[in-house]
Design a protein around this ligand. Sequence first.
Ligand code: SF4
Length: 204
Amino acid sequence: MVHFLNSCKTSLFLEINKRNFYHMLFAKKELAYSNKIEGDVVVTRADAAINWIRANSMWPMPMGLACCAIELMAAASSRYDIARFGAEVMRFSPRQSDCMIVAGTVTYKMAAVVRRIYDQMAAPKWAIAMGACASTGGMYRSYATLQGVDRIIPVDVYVSGCPPRPEALLDALMKLQAKIKRQRAMSCLLQQVWTHIRRLHTPT
Ligand code: SF4
């Protein structure tokens, strides 16, 4: 928690003034440190700063279960450059992941595993159902196949197609970024802290 608040504090007090900030945004120059802007302060809302940090550093948990996973792998190649979204760091550890990308057919056999890995991810966390199979079961209307991964985990964005192209996954990431930027991060955070404090002080 302390580490997280410190990182937010650092972002809040970026030493950039408004004029130079707009100049950097629209001048189509590479954003880099400039000693000319030293000493100035930009003021923003905590929500905006936290959401900006979260939306641009979504570390995916690649849940590749079938053919859609090949397209997921392609999205990480240099041609599609998923690093533009800060999402190139594919973590195979749920404790280091923010966004589960379910790519492929979810069988009942795997459903329990998917759910357990999702539970092990730290909040805030998001999920993308990539492809027809993950979204709805696809063509597998069978006793062995889960008819949509949203039956076991909350899904934020659905990607259509069989298989969807890597561009469709990048589009989903952009939609997820837009969703994250609308969230009320600070009030959720305070609510969680308050709930935790109350739990600590509730007699058992
Ligand atoms: S949606 Fe199509 S490509 Fe993706 S896992 Fe299902 S069958 Fe394979």
